[in-house]
Design a protein around this ligand. Sequence first.
Ligand SMILES: [Zn+2]
Length: 366
Amino acid sequence: MTKFSIEMLPAKHGDALWIEYADGDRTRRISIDGGPIQAYEAFEACMARLPDDDKRVELLVISHVDTDHIEGMIRMMARPRGSWPISPADIWFNGYRHIGPRDDLGGREGEMISALIHARVDQSWNKAFHGEAVVVEAGTALPQVTLAGGMTLTLLSPDREKLDRLAVKWKDNLKKFTMTVGDLEEAWRQLAALPRFKLDQESTLGSEDIGEALRELLKGQDGSDANGSSIAFLARCNGKSCLFLADAHIDLINESLAKLVAKEGRQLKVDAVKVSHHGSKNNLDARFFDLVDAKHYLISTNGDQHEHPDKPAMEAIIAGSKRKPVLWFNYRSDHTLPYEEQSKLAGARFTTRYPREGKEGIVIRL
Ligand SMILES: [Zn+2]
């Protein structure tokens, strides 16, 4: 049995991560993000593998409101509660009710998923945080949560400042959709009007095209402040560990990691890092490599839309890593394959892993 495995599902330009960890003979699971709507089929197929008598997922995380992370989750939760392919014990998502003064909040997808969580599983919303925000509070220790089976999560991001910045952007975004903050009924109405989410339909497999006009509308979020609000954490279990960084900002990640390092030693040694923001050069810096010593670097993207990963970010990993790093990609694409060739050159300081020819998605067993 795998002690700790991470599946990077083929989530196009987004993230959809499926984690399994051993608890004795039992397998426990964490689901982080659902990718954009175009990747929903792969996410659904992954969930459909669960045995009929065990659909339990210890934790479901919606890291932030950007469409490449949230749409698949909206689609899954739009199914009638009784036919969800998974049964999450806790759901971490920072919605309007968590982010500060009610009047200052918004964000269309954020409102939609809020309406769904509220209607379907309100009692499980941010349960480990007693229904409050999933947030690192200034001047306090990093929140630590232990899931069933001994998986320990140490929260690194977001903090209040990042959430406040998001709040302003959400409010702007809602104006475009004639929605008001906290009006979950209106959010529900708009959700129901979007056929791609198939609200309350039982059968969900099978994709359909989203019109260009709608696709344009979905780009409403300001990436930067939304990314900054990402829920990111260190996960440790069975002597293995991984940093799940979503699309988090590196300044806050470093600040949180420095707190851990101050407590635990000169450097934080982890097995793996799910690299922030699909390997963008804007979400990594040299300080990160002073704080962290990792072997495996996971990059989730097919390179669509933003041409991730950025070469400078890959070079930073190769140059900054103390150990010879392994770069893991969930797609063989024009944007990821050049690293395979380079890794085979004499004197290359890194190795690479890809899906097999013709395949998408990859599993990392720690
Ligand atoms: Zn993203």
